[in-house]
Design a protein around this ligand. Sequence first.
Ligand code: NAP
Ligand code: MN
Length: 265
Amino acid sequence: MSSKRNLYLSYKQTNEMEDLIQPIRELATNNDFNLVSTVSEANIIASIGGDNAFLQATRKTGFRDDCLYIGINTDSLGFYTDFTIADIKRMIDAMKNDEVEVRRYPVLEVTIDEEQPFYCLNECSIRSNVIKTFVIDVFIDDLLFETFRGDGMIVSTPTGSTAYNMSVNGAVVDPTLPSLQVSEIASLNNNEYRTLGTSFLLGANRDLTLKVVQDGNDHPIIGVDNEALSIRHAKQLKLRLADRSIKVLKLKNNSFWEKVQRNFL
Ligand code: NAP
Ligand code: MN
């Protein structure tokens, strides 16, 4: 059996999910996939659940750039899930009939102080954890661009642009455009503190540095996709597009803009 067909299933381990997943196991085995129980053996990782499950699957498997990710929704189609569990046979047929393609999605790399980098598929967010503003010096490359005071900031990938970023009026960005979007959460603007006030996009070669000004309220919460980091006293975040991207299996006739239209229009 070809080792290219080593399939790992990532899902929330409950009895209900086990029942849902049994037909996937059977169909996969009948179609010459080799079900593996550890991520290290896998070259295909299928997430079963919603977009949140897909975010968890990439995080828990370490954003592997040598694997193909597949999102199978237990409900209706999502942004990372091109297939639904009800249509799983169609998914196998689509794979056989060349109706699928592989798309690379940009990943955000965040380095906090001198720690090992974290990766994000949607966004990294930094927010005050009390009912008080906090202050961040925002550097683009080496330029001190602005000093932000407010609730926080969101740095999103193109595929994350339809998530948290969109709720603060950020733009929706085509995932074929490798870029980072910086969006404010409730900036305070007065004669002392002034920020651009709009979201802005950075190209793939830019570095963004967020320095938390040490003024007493300097314990923001940091989120990477749907997880909060336990780092309590971050002084500096360095953000850039990662050298790695993830490969995702998608239907040819289900473009990003079709997803945007289906979900929002
Ligand atoms: P959640 O709060 O339960 O759900 C947030 C919603 O966003 C869910 O409907 C989720 O879809 C959807 N979603 C996730 N990624 C998306 C994407 N790239 N484009 C469009 N919609 C997306 O949290 P969650 O399900 O664990 O998802 C985590 C994400 O929630 C974070 O990465 C962040 O982007 C977002 N978030 C948004 C706000 C806000 O808008 N005010 C605040 C905090 C976090 P599913 O139901 O399929 O999971
Ligand atoms: Mn959710």
